[in-house]
Write a protein that binds this ligand. Structure first.
Ligand code: FES
Length: 64
């Protein structure tokens, strides 16, 4: 299933990136070689990233 239709980023790719790297969804997109286009996916992408990291605290998504 695609989380980002504009960039054809699969949910599984985003989950793997969330486990391996720091940063919010937009930063993870960049790490996958993509930039957000319409941005409609970002809110859901952030939830997936937070869930994958076992938190709902969005502050943990940012690098320290
Ligand atoms: S669906 Fe992700 S940027 Fe458009």
């Amino acid at each position: 299933m695609y989380i980002c239709v504009c960039n054809a980023i699969r949910e599984s790719e985003l989950r793997t990136a969330a486990r391996e790297r720091l940063g919010d969804a937009e930063m993870l997109y960049l790490s996958l070689g993509h930039e957000p286009q319409c941005r409609q996916c970002l809110a859901d992408a952030e939830k997936i990233v937070a869930h994958e990291r076992g938190t709902t605290d969005m502050r943990t998504l940012l690098p320290h």
